[in-house]
Ligand binder design. Structure first.
Ligand code: HEM
Ligand code: HEM
Length: 179
């Protein structure tokens, strides 16, 4: 999801700086919209999964300050992962523009064609882009701090290649050698 979102952000910013009649703008937005709508599907699945299955507990309970900070940042990220595709969808649909999905099919627009609604959603999309980029900078700096300064389990919680740090899956028992 992170790779999809980073690519959507890069393509969105690139498209923003191109003239309306630039030949590649349409192609960039075609991919941008498809990626953005993919994020919407994945975030719904992700929220449903974590509500049903839950999240692994921390091996070491977080300090109060870290707990409040990370919960706030994660809630903001979830909110923005929903707000960005929804505002993009309304912005595009209400503007009467196509909603492609990788050339496979077109999403129907469930919003009426309405210039004011499209402009409002466009403004939320623009400021939401600033917000998600700002929270992501803090998020990544926090991960760097946990990995390099605190050297704790946090990065491992997101990497499938690292041993699962959850106490639900304790490491294999070690055998004590007697001399
Ligand atoms: C995770 C989802 C998304 C992210 C992070 C994202 C991010 C961005 C960013 C950073 C921009 C440039 C700033 C701006 O003009 O607002 C942008 C523009 C835009 N986005 Fe998205 N977007 C997402 C989803 C969508 C979706 C689902 C659609 C439509 C189906 C969409 C349609 C557009 C359009 C039409 C523009 C305007 C480009 C221009 O005016 O040149 N976006 N987006
Ligand atoms: C678009 C990019 C990203 C988004 C939207 C995002 C969003 C999130 C969210 C919502 C969580 C909370 C997960 C949960 O507990 O339900 C999270 C956790 C985490 N993210 Fe990201 N993230 C992004 C990129 C990254 C990157 C690039 C890294 C690594 C450098 C990273 C490392 C982590 C780590 C280590 C956690 C676990 C924190 C913990 O368990 O307390 N994230 N991320």
């Amino acid at each position: 999801m992170a790779a999809t979102i980073f690519t959507a952000i890069a393509l969105g910013i690139w498209a923003l700086y191109l003239d309306r009649d630039s030949p590649i703008k349409g192609s960039l937005l075609f991919v941008h919209k498809s990626l953005g709508l993919t994020v919407l599907i994945l975030v719904i699945a992700r929220v449903a999964y974590s509500l049903i299955v839950g999240k692994p507990p921390y091996r070491q309970p977080l300090h109060r300050f870290n707990q409040v900070g990370s919960t706030t940042a994660h809630l903001l990220l979830y909110g923005l992962m929903i707000l960005m595709p929804v505002t993009g969808y309304v912005f595009t649909g209400a503007g009467g523009h196509p909603l492609p999905f990788y050339g496979l099919f077109e999403w129907p627009s469930i919003v009426p064609k309405d210039k004011a609604l499209s402009q409002l959603a466009g403004a939320f999309h623009y400021w939401g882009a600033w917000a998600i980029c700002s929270v992501l900078i803090v998020h990544i700096l926090a991960v760097v701090w946990h990995s390099l300064a605190k050297r704790d389990e946090i990065l491992g919680r997101m990497l499938p290649t690292m041993s699962n740090p959850s106490p639900r899956y304790p490491p294999a028992e070690t055998v004590e050698l007697k001399s």
